[in-house]
Design a protein around this ligand. Structure first.
Ligand SMILES: [Cu+2]
Length: 220
């Protein structure tokens, strides 16, 4: 009798242990779900914020003195870079890398073409003619844009590009300190991603391909 009375005890202990484990697992599941939801929301918020904050309109002049605005590039993927033709080393290195990336993407027939655009931060010296000569040294694909200081400032502000003209030497030569970033814009003209100088050729090719593939699936 006494043994029978005591029998349920171990069971209830087992049940409470099982319940505690199940409860714990459920709490963990809830926590993970909430965490994932938070992460997803944060990612989407950041995406929206980033898209809204970087990029925008510009109205500049191409090699032929023709006005070009952001609207002219709708329908194309753009790799946009800001710099200046007198830049001693960084701009040439970066443009060389970007041109290589563009050629690689363009060679892939399953991907859309990528249009390189170069906007000067030195409108004083970078006339349409100077831009043409300079860009042609790298690739016939690059479209170089210049304009009045006011228009260049506007474009820089929209893309959060900083630049500052340094002091002139006795020959009137000077350096322009500037943000070294390449921007990827989708065919809707929206900012997709930015790439700093530290991004290698391989990373750029890989990331741009991924963005293009995703765009083809979700937005085309
Ligand atoms: Cu430069």
């Amino acid at each position: 009798m006494a043994a029978n009375m005591a029998a349920p005890r171990p069971i209830s202990w087992r049940i409470s242990i099982v319940c505690a484990i199940l409860g714990g697992l459920y709490a963990l599941h809830l926590y993970n779900t909430m965490k994932n939801q938070d992460l997803k929301e944060a990612r989407e918020k950041r995406k929206k914020l980033g898209t809204a904050a970087i990029g925008g309109t510009y109205e500049l002049i191409d090699f032929d003195g023709k006005t070009r605005t952001d609207k002219d590039f709708l329908g194309q993927w753009i790799l946009l870079y800001f710099g200046f033709t007198h830049c001693p080393d960084i701009c040439p290195d970066e443009i060389e890398k970007l041109v290589k990336v563009v050629d690689k993407i363009d060679a892939d027939k399953e991907l859309p073409n990528l249009q390189p655009v170069f906007i000067t931060v030195d409108p004083l010296r970078d006339t349409p003619k100077a831009m043409k000569q300079y860009c042609e040294e790298f690739s016939p694909k690059i479209i170089g844009l210049t304009g009045s200081k006011e228009k260049i400032d506007e474009a820089c502000k929209n893309f959060r590009v900083y630049y500052s003209k340094g002091p002139e030497d006795e020959d009137g030569d000077y350096i322009v300190d500037h943000t070294i970033i390449a921007y990827l814009l989708n065919p809707k003209g929206e900012f997709v991603e930015y790439f700093g100088k530290n991004k290698t050729y391989d990373t750029l090719v890989y990331e741009i391909k991924e963005y293009m593939k995703k765009y083809a699936v979700f937005e085309d």
